[in-house]
Write a protein of this length. Structure first.
Length: 154
């Protein structure tokens, strides 16, 4: 039973992070912290790192802190499993956003997978806006149904 509970905690933490990331991205990154995020919306980049990368410690700290204090309490601690879910989300975000979409590492350049194509399209829609407002498609892993429908399987 404890394995089921821990698995549910990991899954809930993972999906909570998508909700948190969407909200933070829309209202904070495209709001009060736009000065940090706006270089990510520039069409051309002459550098590997962006000012926007300052958000990496902001998003990774909660998972690492939960893992650390969860380990202090032991593997039976819900805090540890929350840290696992948050950290798994961070890994998926890095793979999807930085590697697959922005090609910071030239890997997974082409795919015919419906979800991956829709994810890439949603991100392109988001990046067509070079100013703070308006905006669209603020999620990282969740793709709006209207975009998924563009890639109906044949």
């Amino acid at each position: 039973m404890i394995y089921l509970i821990n698995t549910l905690i990991v899954i809930a933490s993972f999906w909570f992070m998508e909700l948190f990331a969407w909200t933070f991205h829309k209202y904070i990154m495209h709001g009060a912290l736009w000065k940090i995020h706006k270089d990510h919306h520039k069409k051309e980049h002459n550098h590997v790192w962006e000012f926007n990368d300052l958000f990496i410690p902001v998003f990774s700290a909660p998972g690492l802190i939960a893992l650390y204090f969860g380990l202090v309490e032991g593997f039976s601690s819900p805090l540890f499993w929350i840290g696992v879910g948050v950290s798994l989300y961070g890994i998926c975000y890095f793979l999807a956003h930085d590697i697959f979409i922005h090609q910071r590492i030239k890997f997974l350049r082409s795919s015919n997978n419906r979800y991956l194509l829709a994810m890439r399209r949603a991100h392109k829609i988001h990046h067509k806006y070079v100013e703070k407002y308006p905006g669209d498609c603020f999620g990282f892993l969740w793709v709006p149904k209207r975009i998924m429908n563009e890639f109906k399987s044949s």
